[in-house]
Design a protein around this ligand. Structure first.
Ligand code: HEC
Ligand code: HEC
Length: 332
């Protein structure tokens, strides 16, 4: 073999090795019937390998300070990736003040958390890791620990061409979260009961629900004061703590209502146990307080009846669709 040929083969090997680092399979996520096109940011495209990695991290307690808590501790897969408790129990059994949002369909949210303090899924995932009550860890320490696991090291190289870091860990988790979509419900398939259809008419009409819980995901992602927790000793300031605007006191981001039948307890503080009670609360115009949003007064003025509430509940129940309930993967 001539020197030139050897040189050529070596160059070829180096090139393919380099390419292998980024040889990823773009993932065409199948968007369930009824949902809009999936946002797929240019700087974090969804790939098969990245989603697989993000899935492992989502279930891995290595992301917490004492190896006891993973994302899935609070975002329980068969609970719409929300939690069955009122407020979160994190590291060392500490209780937070808010109920974990469902992660299903959070791909569509225009801001993250009840108060919108993070911009998108990529900006969100570092939050819980470093929150002293939730996972109580340092991202730099977590990244260091992850890089010591050969299997993870290999996967991060293959997906990002870089080791685990705050950026690559949060990107992988965000890509995984974007695939957790719930749609194709009886509502989307046009298979609703008569009662649910009555509920739909109310929801989109007289009851004014759709002005905030706007289809197709059933949130306009705005912030409103519904009075939840307004009589607490130290009420949660909600959006005001982020925006600094007095009118945002006690305002929280409108939760989406897909699969709401599965994600109780309800409201930002998990203070309402059942869907029936949550709907009755909303249909009654929330809880009066100095900052109650005027739309809730308008809802109250509609004098919705107990039968209206039943129909609204039946409608919301028809928004339950299949979504990927992922089993904890084998971790390296
Ligand atoms: C100890 C419980 C707990 C753990 C662990 C936890 N979360 Fe959360 N999560 C919450 C709570 C509570 C909220 C709402 C917080 C708020 O609004 O202030 C939340 C909100 C979110 C949201 C916002 C969804 C939306 O609609 O805005 C996403 C996404 C999320 N968490 C993903 C994660 C990921 C990823 C991890 C792991 C890195 C994680 N969570 C770990 C409790 C937890
Ligand atoms: C002015 C905007 C607005 C209107 C109108 C409105 N909602 Fe809400 N809804 C919210 C907000 C904001 C929350 C969360 C409040 C909180 O936790 O502080 C919420 C919470 C809910 C929840 C609990 C969901 C969860 O995951 O915690 C349900 C169910 C609900 N609304 C149903 C309805 C129904 C049914 C109607 C019509 C009768 C309605 N809403 C009208 C803004 C609105």
């Amino acid at each position: 073999m001539s020197r030139r040929t050897i040189g050529f083969i070596v160059t070829l090997c180096v090139l393919t090795a380099g390419m292998a680092a980024f040889a990823q399979t773009p993932l065409q996520v199948k968007v369930p019937k009824g949902l809009p096109a999936l946002p797929n940011p240019d700087d974090n495209p969804i790939t098969v390998e990245k989603v697989e990695l993000g899935k492992m991290l989502f279930f891995d307690t290595r992301l917490s300070g004492d190896n006891t808590v993973s994302c899935s501790t609070c975002h329980v897969p068969d609970h719409g990736y929300a939690e069955p408790r009122s407020t979160s129990k994190g590291i060392g059994g500490q209780l937070g003040g808010r109920n974990a949002n469902p992660v299903i369909n959070s791909a569509y949210a225009t801001s993250m958390f009840w108060d919108g303090r993070a911009e998108h899924l990529e900006a969100q995932a570092g939050g819980p890791v470093e929150n002293p009550i939730e996972m109580g860890a340092e991202m730099t320490v977590v990244a260091k620990n992850i890089n010591q696991v050969p299997e993870y090291k290999k996967r991060f190289q293959a997906v990002f061409g870089a080791p685990a870091s705050k950026e690559t860990i949060t990107k992988a988790i965000a890509a995984f979260e974007r695939t957790l979509l719930a749609g194709d419900s009886p509502y989307d398939r046009g298979e609703m009961s008569d009662l649910a259809k009555q509920g739909e008419t109310l929801f989109k009409g007289k009851a004014l629900c759709a002005s905030c819980h706007t289809p197709p995901v059933f949130s306009n992602w705005g912030f409103y004061n519904a009075g939840v927790g307004s009589d607490a000793e130290k009420p949660d300031e909600g959006r005001m703590a982020i925006s600094g605007i007095a009118a945002d006191k006690g305002a929280f981001r409108v939760p989406h209502l897909r699969n709401a039948a599965q994600t109780g307890p309800y409201m930002h503080d998990g203070s309402i146990e059942t869907l029936e009670e949550a709907v009755a609360f909303m249909a009654g115009g929330g809880k009066d307080n100095a900052n109650l949003h005027p739309l809730f007064r308008a809802v109250k003025a509609q004098n919705l009846s107990a039968d209206d509430v039943k129909a609204l509940v039946a409608f919301l129940e028809s928004l339950t669709g299949d979504y990927p309930v992922i089993k904890a993967p084998k971790l390296p």
